[in-house]
Design a protein around this ligand. Structure first.
Ligand code: NAD
Ligand code: DAO
Ligand code: ZN
Length: 377
């Protein structure tokens, strides 16, 4: 069997503490697992949210990171779908594809629950950790833990991709960009000629904009408090902008009433703010408008609206990882991007080299003009 690997990782020893570059031990993959060399990791707000202690279920010490491009180093017993040298995107949403998995066989969802319990408790599917530092076990995070030169991932959580895709760009398809595209295409199914409003123009919101443009939406309203976002958003496909801070009245009265008569065919929350989720729902078109929650709200937050909004035909929905069935569909997205159908260069606003630069990437993500900060390992 395989050997332990000693490598560098950015360890989160506790909430609200900076990451510390440590030498960690990564055990060989067990049955149904693969060990990968992480080549590029894009930071996502969920990593930071957990690091900052906002996730009451966050487990420490741990190795964060879940948006990565990687190469298979070795595989555990019974693994047949990937081999050493394959390029893979680790996915926090697995796809077990077993005929007895009612979620995997359903075309309606990507929420395979097969390793949900252990993944949520920071462990590999057998209930143990492959990561340790100074003799102490470390928790895994979202089934990925890619702030590390090596990671161990369940076979059902890796998507094998075309090696022609640079792994820095492939990483984007492990979370944010894939999520926004799927929210528009899979969850809401935006159609040509429709009007949409996208709240929050970070990487997730811009990928919603990109998808809506590709689908032929005719009016794409971008909403953000930071006007610096509007220039790039125009390049992605926004046709109109609203900065809620520029108006005395609620943004829903600007979008449903002024910019449009009855609201938008589709609206998306890409902020995680529950008040924005309400505004987005109330901007949806009377009779048929759909509003999709993508943002992850802080623990304990609740959403509200008058039920009359739903009675009069608006529908509230949500998405996890854009509804993509990870192993089957991430490779297809990568192919489409390689063909030029989904350009992703503009999402990578910051690049750093080396595990010890992970804190710099965290700072960059806080800076307000960052879409994705990628750390190359
Ligand atoms: P981001 O921080 O880069 O972007 C958020 C944007 O919202 C920023 O441009 C910010 O200026 C803007 N904003 C903040 N408050 C606002 C307000 N009140 N009104 C209008 N705009 C406002 O984040 P991101 O990486 O694009 O992620 C967006 C959200 O999506 C996060 O909550 C993230 O956790 C979530 N997410 C969900 C999934 C999923 O599967 N559902 C996957 C990935 C990310
Ligand atoms: O299967 O019940 C489950 C857990 C689903 C997790 C979905 C998480 C979606 C949001 C994650 C945000 C990632 C940045
Ligand atoms: Zn399944």
């Amino acid at each position: 069997q395989g050997k332990q690997i000693e490598c560098k990782a950015a360890v989160a020893w506790g909430p609200k503490k900076p990451l510390v570059t440590e030498t960690i031990t990564v055990d060989p993959p067990k049955a149904g697992e693969v060990r990968v060399k992480v080549v590029a990791n894009a930071l996502c707000h969920t990593d930071i949210y957990t690091l900052e202690g906002h996730d009451p279920e966050g487990l420490f010490p741990c190795v964060l990171g879940h948006e990565a491009g990687s190469i298979v180093e070795s595989v555990g017993p019974g693994v047949t779908s990937v081999k050493p040298g394959d390029h893979v995107v680790p996915c926090y949403t697995p796809q077990c594809s077993r005929p007895e998995c009612i979620f995997c066989i359903s075309p309606k969802t990507n929420l395979c629950p097969t390793i949900r319990g252990t993944q949520g408790s920071g462990m590999m599917p057998d209930g143990t950790s492959r990561l340790s530092c100074k003799g102490k076990p470390l928790y895994h995070f979202m089934g990925c833990s890619t702030f590390s030169e090596y990671a161990v991932i369940a076979e059902i959580s890796v998507a094998k991709i075309n090696k022609a895709m640079p792994l820095e760009k492939a990483s984007l398809f492990g979370c944010g960009v894939a999520t926004g595209l799927g929210a528009a295409w899979n969850t809401v199914k935006v159609e040509a000629g429709q009007s949409v409003a996208v709240f929050g123009l970070g990487a997730v919101g811009l990928s919603v904009v990109q998808a809506c443009k590709i689908s032929g939406a005719s009016m794409i309203i971008g909403v953000d408090l930071n006007p610096d976002k509007f220039k790039l958003a125009a390049k992605f496909g926004c046709t109109h902008f609203v900065n809620p801070a520029d108006h005395d009245k609620p943004v829903q009265q600007v979008i449903a009433g002024e910019l449009t008569k009855w609201g938008c065919d589709a609206t998306f929350d890409c902020t995680g703010n529950v008040n924005v989720m309400r505004s987005a729902l109330e901007c949806a078109h009377r009779g048929w408008g759909q509003s999709c929650v993508i943002g992850v709200a802080a623990a304990g937050k609740e959403i509200a609206t008058r039920p009359f909004q739903l009675v009069t035909g608006r529908r509230w929905c949500g998405t996890a990882f854009g509804g993509w069935k990870s192993r089957a569909q991430v490779p297809v997205l990568i192919e489409r991007s390689l063909k030029g159908e989904i350009p992703v260069d503009d999402y990578v606003t910051h690049v750093f080299d080396g595990v010890d630069k992970t804190n710099d990437a965290v700072d960059a993500l806080h800076s307000g003009n960052c879409l994705r900060a990628v750390v190359r390992y």
